[in-house]
Design a protein around this ligand. Sequence first.
Ligand code: BES
Ligand code: MN
Ligand code: ZN
Length: 497
Amino acid sequence: MLLKYAAGDMGDLAADSTVLFVPQFEKISGRTLKRLDEASSGAVTTLLKSAEFTGKEGEIAAVYHPHGFKSDRVILVGLGERKSLTADSFRRAAGNVSRFKGLTSSKKAVFHFEKVEREEYFQAAVEGCVLGSYRMLQFKTGEDRKNTDRLAEITCAVDSPRLVGRLKKAAERGRIFAEGQVLVRDLASTPSNHLTPRLLAARAQNLAKKHGFSCRVLDEKAIAKEKMGAFLAVARGAKEPPRFIILEYRGAPAGRRPVVLVGKGITFDTGGISLKPSLDMHEMKSDMSGAANVLATVVNAARLKIPQNVVGLIPATENMPSGTATKPGDIVTSRKGLTVEITNTDAEGRLILADGLDYASKFKPQAVIDIATLTGAALIVLGYSGAPIMGNHPGLLKRIKQAADATSEKVWEMPLWDDYRERKKSTIADLVNSFGRPAGTIMAGIFLESFIGDYPWAHVDIASVDLERSGKPYTPKGSTGFGARLLTQVLYRWKKL
Ligand code: BES
Ligand code: MN
Ligand code: ZN
């Protein structure tokens, strides 16, 4: 989709459709509504009287052939109440309109932002449009494969020429943020036979070349040389060999310590010998969403030219049951030297992250953030609404919360109390990897904490928010891609902790 920018009166821009974002109204008031009502011989009055369109969230109406407009139709999209307007109002409204036939059948559209001055609103509108119209067509054939959308060009427009520069910057940023999230959705929706650890590594290498960052891949031998015993314990059961992917983006002088991101890359989680029930097991193809988020965030950092150094670490493997698989009760030695009694092979994410978090120390990081579809219990704590976060550094956690406010990817901090640390011990090894049902999300965090180095650390558990089951304004059914905008925003606003 081509994005263009312009300034001018909303009636003066020629297009198939002109989209206007309208806050809720009770009577025809304000210049725009009055003018539209006149231009449509009272159609807006009719819409208001019939309550067909009053600017509520979710409402869309089209006015055809408005007099005095160079556009064939004006599409009104509801923003909801003016007093509770946020960037997400624009994201949701743009998401809603992005699937509206009148718009998708247009070739050229204008998004006119009337009296909007906030950059984050422009950005959010572009994000909503890209995210709302997302569809995964790669595995469809025939008629279903065809993308019937004609929308090829959107001109973002404001009244005043002095705003165009800011509009353009914000909209381009919105496109990058959203395309990162789309990359996560694509990868997470790709089934495990089409996205093995090796294929994920190849994809990372292609993206690195395209966007100008470095990508090194450790194969099974190199991983063994690094003594990543916890990671290898998970990989043992699979025929597909594991990969450890190292991404490095340089946006600052070499001396600047990097922010390191670690993402869980289980390309399929059967549970291993502690086999999962078959109901919904297919959803475990997206157990590499954390990895996809890390990859997308590094891509975003490169595209946005963020002036920081960023490292992405991705342990990638399948978790399979087989004659060579790790068995419950087995004890392994992690890269850090701590021994782990693997009491449940389905608690595999924390094992691969343990070695990833330890490896992160190599980079002398300013901070480390890991992201993972780690615990089913995350859904029990927060439902589908948000992601539990935890960590050892209030300043870093605050950054993540602030970023979450900006991107509307909700997070909530869990406590890491001393009481929990008592429960992680094994009778015969240093640690066990699973702890029963109470505080499952926190206990996973407590386990990870044992493997971190001397750095500020935060953990984001996205198991609760990774899949959308019904469809929201800018989140169609399927993989959500939650986390990519969040991490990008953290880096975008980064300053020394
Ligand atoms: N990948 C799962 C967590 C998960 C569950 C993600 C549902 C998305 C949706 C993880 O590896 C897992 O199996 N966790 C176990 C841990 C338990 C054995 C301690 C869980 O949550 O049940
Ligand atoms: Mn598991
Ligand atoms: Zn898992």
